[in-house]
Design a protein around this ligand. Structure first.
Ligand code: SF4
Length: 206
């Protein structure tokens, strides 16, 4: 079963166009300054069969694609992740972006990860490094690279590599929790968390 910490039907700040986003639960890498927040802690999560998750994606017929984030997508059962992405690609025309803390070269040598890679259009790899956080669009830090694994978006490579207009989306759920999507800077997270905790508001960064 795939472990999902959170999913969002429509998001405009994690890749081109409007996208459905899945934040997978759990990451054991413990990179210093990680901004994935609660996705890495032992918190509640939902489990899905690949078919269930693919059906959820299929319901969103106005989106441009899906984005996988975390946590760490490549610490999910990789055979199930492959099945999920295969179903998405078979049944839709959606593009697939995927964030990972692993390096592409590392994944490309791992037998179980290679089938997953074949269904990803753009892989954004590498750990978050606070001292290389210069506000890059769709990336947390300069070391994280876009790998255009298919033709899709390849002609936009220069623009993607140089864009710096970082945006976030903020929502308040019915329980009073603040949900933040996008790639906020660590400074922004610290300041916002301090202010909101004074007001007893829980914040969920993803
Ligand atoms: S930066 Fe990415 S790989 Fe590193 S701990 Fe956070 S979620 Fe895991």
């Amino acid at each position: 079963m795939l472990r999902v910490a959170r999913k969002k039907d429509f998001c405009n700040v994690l890749g081109p166009g409007t996208r459905s986003v899945i934040w997978f639960h759990g990451c054991t890498r413990q990179c210093p300054g990680c901004i994935a927040g609660t996705m890495n802690e032992i918190t509640e999560y939902e489990t899905f069969h690949p078919e269930q998750l693919a059906n959820w994606v299929k319901c969103h017929n106005t989106i441009e694609g899906i984005t996988l984030s975390g946590g760490e997508p490549f610490q999910q059962p990789l055979n199930e992740l492959t099945t999920f992405l295969m179903l998405v690609k078979q049944n839709t025309n959606l593009s697939v972006l995927c964030y990972t803390g692993y390096c592409y070269e590392e994944l490309n040598k791992k037998e179980s990860a290679i089938p997953v890679l074949q269904f990803i259009d753009v892989l954004i790899d590498g750990e978050y490094r606070q001292n290389e956080d210069f506000g890059q669009r769709w990336r947390g830090s300069e070391n994280q690279q876009f790998h255009f694994l298919t033709k899709q978006y390849k002609n936009q490579k220069n623009e993607w590599n140089t864009a710096v207009e970082r945006q976030i989306e903020i929502e308040l759920d019915i329980n009073g929790n603040l949900l933040i999507s996008g790639v906020p800077s660590k400074d922004f997270i610290n300041k916002l968390t301090t202010e909101l905790q004074k007001r007893e508001v829980n914040v969920d960064f993803s």
